[in-house]
Unconditional design. Structure first.
Length: 205
Protein backbone atom coordinates (compact mmCIF):
# COMPACT_ATOMS: atom_id res chain seq x y z
CA UNK A 1 0.00 0.00 0.00
CA UNK A 2 1.23 3.53 -0.74
CA UNK A 3 1.95 5.83 2.16
CA UNK A 4 -0.46 8.47 0.90
CA UNK A 5 -3.76 8.11 -0.97
CA UNK A 6 -3.89 8.93 -4.66
CA UNK A 7 -5.24 12.25 -5.90
CA UNK A 8 -8.48 10.55 -6.96
CA UNK A 9 -8.92 8.96 -3.55
CA UNK A 10 -8.25 12.26 -1.80
CA UNK A 11 -10.79 14.03 -4.00
CA UNK A 12 -13.37 11.39 -3.14
CA UNK A 13 -12.56 11.69 0.56
CA UNK A 14 -13.14 15.44 0.32
CA UNK A 15 -16.51 14.57 -1.25
CA UNK A 16 -17.22 12.37 1.78
CA UNK A 17 -16.40 15.25 4.11
CA UNK A 18 -18.81 17.43 2.11
CA UNK A 19 -21.79 15.05 2.33
CA UNK A 20 -23.31 16.34 5.61
CA UNK A 21 -22.44 19.95 4.69
CA UNK A 22 -24.36 19.64 1.42
CA UNK A 23 -27.27 17.81 3.05
CA UNK A 24 -27.89 20.30 5.84
CA UNK A 25 -26.62 23.34 3.95
CA UNK A 26 -29.21 22.87 1.21
CA UNK A 27 -31.98 22.95 3.81
CA UNK A 28 -30.67 26.14 5.39
CA UNK A 29 -30.39 27.77 1.96
CA UNK A 30 -33.88 26.63 0.88
CA UNK A 31 -35.81 27.51 4.04
CA UNK A 32 -36.19 31.27 3.33
CA UNK A 33 -38.10 30.41 0.15
CA UNK A 34 -40.78 28.39 1.98
CA UNK A 35 -43.28 30.73 3.67
CA UNK A 36 -43.87 29.71 7.27
CA UNK A 37 -41.42 26.81 7.22
CA UNK A 38 -40.46 25.47 10.66
CA UNK A 39 -37.46 23.21 11.20
CA UNK A 40 -39.05 21.88 14.38
CA UNK A 41 -42.14 20.42 12.71
CA UNK A 42 -41.63 20.30 8.93
CA UNK A 43 -39.71 17.65 7.01
CA UNK A 44 -36.72 18.47 4.84
CA UNK A 45 -38.45 17.13 1.73
CA UNK A 46 -41.12 19.84 1.90
CA UNK A 47 -38.42 22.37 0.97
CA UNK A 48 -38.19 20.68 -2.44
CA UNK A 49 -41.95 20.43 -2.98
CA UNK A 50 -44.33 22.63 -4.96
CA UNK A 51 -45.13 24.46 -1.71
CA UNK A 52 -41.75 26.18 -1.91
CA UNK A 53 -41.25 29.23 -4.09
CA UNK A 54 -37.83 27.93 -5.15
CA UNK A 55 -37.73 24.13 -4.69
CA UNK A 56 -34.72 23.85 -6.99
CA UNK A 57 -32.42 24.86 -4.14
CA UNK A 58 -33.25 21.83 -1.99
CA UNK A 59 -33.50 19.43 -4.91
CA UNK A 60 -30.18 20.54 -6.39
CA UNK A 61 -28.59 20.23 -2.95
CA UNK A 62 -30.01 16.74 -2.53
CA UNK A 63 -28.71 15.75 -5.97
CA UNK A 64 -25.24 17.06 -5.16
CA UNK A 65 -25.36 15.26 -1.81
CA UNK A 66 -26.04 12.04 -3.68
CA UNK A 67 -23.24 12.61 -6.17
CA UNK A 68 -20.84 13.40 -3.32
CA UNK A 69 -21.89 10.21 -1.51
CA UNK A 70 -21.24 8.08 -4.62
CA UNK A 71 -17.76 9.55 -4.88
CA UNK A 72 -17.33 9.11 -1.13
CA UNK A 73 -18.02 5.38 -1.41
CA UNK A 74 -14.94 4.95 -3.58
CA UNK A 75 -12.74 7.18 -1.43
CA UNK A 76 -13.75 5.58 1.86
CA UNK A 77 -13.33 2.07 0.43
CA UNK A 78 -9.82 2.87 -0.77
CA UNK A 79 -8.98 4.61 2.49
CA UNK A 80 -10.13 1.67 4.59
CA UNK A 81 -8.21 -0.81 2.49
CA UNK A 82 -5.08 1.34 2.81
CA UNK A 83 -5.42 1.30 6.60
CA UNK A 84 -5.74 -2.48 6.60
CA UNK A 85 -9.43 -2.81 7.41
CA UNK A 86 -10.98 -6.18 6.60
CA UNK A 87 -12.27 -6.43 3.05
CA UNK A 88 -15.79 -7.51 4.02
CA UNK A 89 -16.34 -4.44 6.20
CA UNK A 90 -14.80 -2.13 3.61
CA UNK A 91 -17.23 -3.43 1.00
CA UNK A 92 -20.23 -3.12 3.32
CA UNK A 93 -19.29 0.46 4.17
CA UNK A 94 -18.93 1.33 0.49
CA UNK A 95 -22.23 -0.29 -0.46
CA UNK A 96 -24.00 1.49 2.38
CA UNK A 97 -22.70 4.87 1.21
CA UNK A 98 -23.68 4.03 -2.39
CA UNK A 99 -27.21 3.33 -1.13
CA UNK A 100 -27.25 6.70 0.62
CA UNK A 101 -26.12 8.43 -2.56
CA UNK A 102 -28.62 6.70 -4.81
CA UNK A 103 -31.52 7.39 -2.45
CA UNK A 104 -30.60 11.08 -2.25
CA UNK A 105 -30.43 11.41 -6.03
CA UNK A 106 -33.72 9.53 -6.37
CA UNK A 107 -35.47 11.82 -3.88
CA UNK A 108 -34.12 14.90 -5.67
CA UNK A 109 -35.48 13.75 -9.04
CA UNK A 110 -38.83 12.49 -7.76
CA UNK A 111 -39.44 15.32 -5.32
CA UNK A 112 -42.69 15.89 -3.45
CA UNK A 113 -45.56 15.64 -4.19
CA UNK A 114 -44.44 12.86 -6.58
CA UNK A 115 -45.61 9.54 -5.04
CA UNK A 116 -42.29 7.96 -6.07
CA UNK A 117 -40.36 10.26 -3.71
CA UNK A 118 -39.51 7.49 -1.23
CA UNK A 119 -36.59 5.48 -2.70
CA UNK A 120 -37.69 2.32 -0.85
CA UNK A 121 -35.28 -0.58 -1.16
CA UNK A 122 -32.69 1.58 -2.94
CA UNK A 123 -32.00 3.33 0.34
CA UNK A 124 -32.09 0.26 2.56
CA UNK A 125 -28.30 0.01 2.69
CA UNK A 126 -28.14 3.37 4.42
CA UNK A 127 -29.44 1.80 7.61
CA UNK A 128 -26.58 -0.70 7.70
CA UNK A 129 -24.03 2.09 7.55
CA UNK A 130 -23.50 3.04 11.21
CA UNK A 131 -22.86 -0.57 12.27
CA UNK A 132 -20.64 -1.25 9.24
CA UNK A 133 -18.68 1.94 9.97
CA UNK A 134 -17.92 0.81 13.51
CA UNK A 135 -16.97 -2.71 12.45
CA UNK A 136 -14.66 -1.39 9.71
CA UNK A 137 -12.64 0.61 12.23
CA UNK A 138 -12.92 -1.83 15.13
CA UNK A 139 -9.47 -3.38 14.80
CA UNK A 140 -7.58 -0.30 13.65
CA UNK A 141 -5.31 0.97 16.41
CA UNK A 142 -5.13 4.48 14.98
CA UNK A 143 -8.92 4.91 15.10
CA UNK A 144 -9.61 4.74 18.85
CA UNK A 145 -11.28 8.14 19.10
CA UNK A 146 -13.19 7.58 15.88
CA UNK A 147 -14.49 4.26 17.25
CA UNK A 148 -15.76 6.04 20.36
CA UNK A 149 -17.64 8.52 18.19
CA UNK A 150 -19.08 5.76 15.99
CA UNK A 151 -20.17 3.76 19.06
CA UNK A 152 -21.93 6.84 20.48
CA UNK A 153 -23.55 7.38 17.09
CA UNK A 154 -24.82 3.79 17.12
CA UNK A 155 -26.19 4.29 20.64
CA UNK A 156 -28.01 7.40 19.44
CA UNK A 157 -29.73 5.30 16.80
CA UNK A 158 -30.85 2.86 19.49
CA UNK A 159 -32.43 5.81 21.33
CA UNK A 160 -34.07 7.24 18.21
CA UNK A 161 -35.67 3.99 17.02
CA UNK A 162 -38.33 3.73 19.76
CA UNK A 163 -38.98 7.48 19.54
CA UNK A 164 -39.60 7.34 15.78
CA UNK A 165 -41.72 4.21 16.27
CA UNK A 166 -44.02 6.18 18.57
CA UNK A 167 -43.24 4.10 21.66
CA UNK A 168 -42.06 6.90 23.93
CA UNK A 169 -44.93 9.37 23.90
CA UNK A 170 -42.95 12.05 22.05
CA UNK A 171 -45.30 14.06 19.83
CA UNK A 172 -44.07 13.19 16.32
CA UNK A 173 -46.35 15.77 14.74
CA UNK A 174 -44.95 18.56 16.87
CA UNK A 175 -41.30 17.54 16.71
CA UNK A 176 -41.23 15.60 13.43
CA UNK A 177 -38.86 17.96 11.64
CA UNK A 178 -36.36 18.00 14.47
CA UNK A 179 -36.44 14.23 14.86
CA UNK A 180 -35.99 13.70 11.13
CA UNK A 181 -32.86 15.82 11.25
CA UNK A 182 -31.58 13.91 14.26
CA UNK A 183 -32.05 10.69 12.28
CA UNK A 184 -30.32 12.21 9.25
CA UNK A 185 -27.42 13.33 11.44
CA UNK A 186 -26.63 9.80 12.63
CA UNK A 187 -26.51 8.54 9.03
CA UNK A 188 -24.99 11.46 7.10
CA UNK A 189 -22.57 13.05 9.57
CA UNK A 190 -20.48 9.86 10.09
CA UNK A 191 -19.71 9.80 6.35
CA UNK A 192 -18.20 13.25 6.65
CA UNK A 193 -16.32 12.41 9.84
CA UNK A 194 -14.88 9.24 8.31
CA UNK A 195 -13.87 11.10 5.15
CA UNK A 196 -12.03 13.71 7.21
CA UNK A 197 -10.36 11.05 9.37
CA UNK A 198 -9.09 9.15 6.33
CA UNK A 199 -7.82 12.36 4.75
CA UNK A 200 -5.78 13.08 7.85
CA UNK A 201 -4.61 9.52 8.43
CA UNK A 202 -3.65 8.57 4.90
CA UNK A 203 -1.51 5.55 5.83
CA UNK A 204 -1.69 2.07 7.33
CA UNK A 205 -2.35 1.95 11.07
Amino acid sequence: MSAQPSAATRACLWAAAAVPVLYFGAQIAAAPFFPGYRFLTDSASLLGSDRSTLPQILNTGAFLTGVAALAAAYGVFQGLRALGSRSVWSWLVALSIVSTGVSSIWASIFHLPDPRHNPGALGAGTFLGPLAFLLAFWSLRCARHLRIYLAINLAAIAVLVPIMAGLTGVDLQRYGGLLQRCVAAVFYVPIGVIGWFLLRQGRRC
